[in-house]
Design a binder for this molecule. Structure first.
Ligand SMILES: *[C@@H]1O[C@H](CO)[C@@H](O)[C@H](O)[C@H]1NC(C)=O
Ligand SMILES: *[C@@H]1O[C@H](CO)[C@@H](O)[C@H](O)[C@H]1NC(C)=O
Ligand SMILES: *[C@@H]1O[C@H](CO)[C@@H](O)[C@H](O)[C@H]1NC(C)=O
Length: 410
């Protein structure tokens, strides 16, 4: 009997920075004037709201040609008292704006096939000022004028560039410098978040008041932490939810060595079998329908119900409580020229379309091990809190997080 509810382990790590931050009295410079220019006023399809939001580019350093794109939402009320939270999506290569802001925790969710924004009842800006960042360069609207930069991407560069972004961003938004600052993210941000936290922690020790960041903690959900254990978790999840057979499961366990990087042909074939088993299942949400609209306009739901129900037109119109096509809407929305103009995005007319995740041969990635970073942060400043939440997910599921969080249990 397979349990319907799978849980997922969220790692919450709070890192207290003891040093108190005194708000730097700032001279209104060019950066502060830019703040008002970044204010988003006529976003197509947006409902009227009381809070302000801003979007635009931050050039990282005078000597390079990199600019990172952000979208920042002030809190719904109590802006001065509420913390500042940075949100990062994973990939690597996926956009925090197209996912985090427009489909997950931002105040506006893209609906109606990229024509409307609706208010999100669960927006995090009810409790915090939320900053979404597209990083590194090459992701979403973030860009570089030097194409060779795209060959040098990786965890280290992403942390360095995100740090440089924050230092500049606080110059543009000096009133947020004294706020408690938290870094949050999911999936591959299991790398980004601790790595950025560690870099801030180290830089803060040597920093001037000007570049000090008031970091209070970080939080990672369904985080990618360690490939070997993550792979094991993914396979166990598929097996325990009857997505793959006992035979295939035991085949993988027998043939695949999760430590070595060179899998045997038998292992490769078994893994292919696992992926094929998922071909009509949403890996991120195994109990909900998949998006069929790209091929068919009408039957949007994955209809597996008996004909007794499905012969009725009404069956197909019933709300399913979850729209599996939101990725398509977001991609359409952010490719609209009027939307880009309102968000001050794509000002240099990038020669490729906006995509939710940037992939391809032109982007190479250098990974760093994350365990050492987590341990370093915990040893130097931390308290750790773990939490369980219900998510029907295959990618980074509970088993995966469990293996990662407790590697010695293996
Ligand atoms: C990239 O080049 C364009 C066109 O010359 C220029 O306007 C823009 O400021 C440059 N961006 C960066 C980040 O250097
Ligand atoms: C969205 O619009 C496109 C055409 O612009 C169409 O091909 C697609 O099926 C539509 N999707 C939905 C979910 O209505
Ligand atoms: C940027 O704008 C150009 C010209 O309008 C467009 O062709 C391109 O798809 C856009 N790219 C992105 C990443 O928004």
């Amino acid at each position: 009997m397979v349990s319907m509810a799978s849980s997922l382990c969220n790692l919450l790590i709070f890192c207290l920075v003891l040093q108190a931050m005194t708000a730097a009295a700032s001279v209104a410079g060019a950066e502060e004037l830019q703040q008002e220019k970044d204010r988003v006023k006529d976003l197509p399809g947006q409902p009227a709201v009381e809070f302000r939001h801003y979007a635009g580019y931050v050039k990282l350093r005078p000597q390079d040609e990199k600019a990172l794109f952000y979208w920042f939402f002030e809190a719904q009320g109590g802006v001065p008292e509420k913390p500042l939270v940075l949100w990062l999506n994973g990939g690597p290569g996926c956009s925090s704006i197209a996912y985090g802001a427009a489909q997950e925790l931002g105040p506006f969710l893209v609906r109606s096939n990229g024509t409307q924004l609706v208010l999100n009842d669960f927006s995090w800006n009810k409790v915090a000022n939320i900053l979404f960042l597209e990083a590194p360069v090459g992701v979403g609207f973030s860009y570089t004028n030097k194409s060779t930069d795209l060959l040098k991407l990786g965890d280290r560069i992403t942390a360095e560039d995100s740090h440089a972004f924050l230092v500049q961003w606080f110059k543009r938004f000096p009133s947020f410098k004294s706020h408690d600052f938290y870094i949050t993210g999911e999936s591959y941000a299991g790398h980004y978040v601790p790595q950025l936290a560690e870099l801030i922690y180290e830089r803060n020790r040597k920093s001037t008041k000007d570049s000090y960041i008031n970091l209070k903690g970080f939080m990672i959900g369904n985080a990618v932490i360690n490939d070997q254990t993550d792979e094991m978790g993914l396979i166990e999840f598929a097996w325990s939810h009857a997505i793959i057979s006992d035979q295939l499961y035991h085949g993988i366990i027998k043939e695949c060595d999760f430590i070595k990087d060179n899998p045997t042909n038998l292992c490769i074939n078994h893994v292919k079998g696992l992926l094929e088993a998922y071909s009509d299942i949403d890996m991120y949400s195994i109990y909900t329908p998949v998006c069929l609209s790209s091929s068919k306009e009408t039957y949007r739901k994955l209809v597996t119900a008996p004909r007794l129900f499905t012969q009725h037109d009404l069956w197909h119109q019933l709300p399913s409580g979850y729209d599996p096509c939101t990725e398509d809407y977001a991609e359409k929305y952010f490719n609209r020229e009027d939307v880009q103009k309102a968000l001050h995005a794509n000002v240099t007319k990038l020669p490729y379309p906006y995509t939710l995740c940037r992939k391809g041969k032109k982007i190479r990635w250098r990974y760093l091990l994350i365990w050492r970073t987590l341990k370093h942060l915990l040893d130097s400043c931390g308290t750790f809190e773990g939490e369980l939440s219900n998510i029907y997910s295959t990618v980074e599921p509970l088993t995966e997080s469990f293996h990662s969080a407790f590697p010695s249990v293996n």
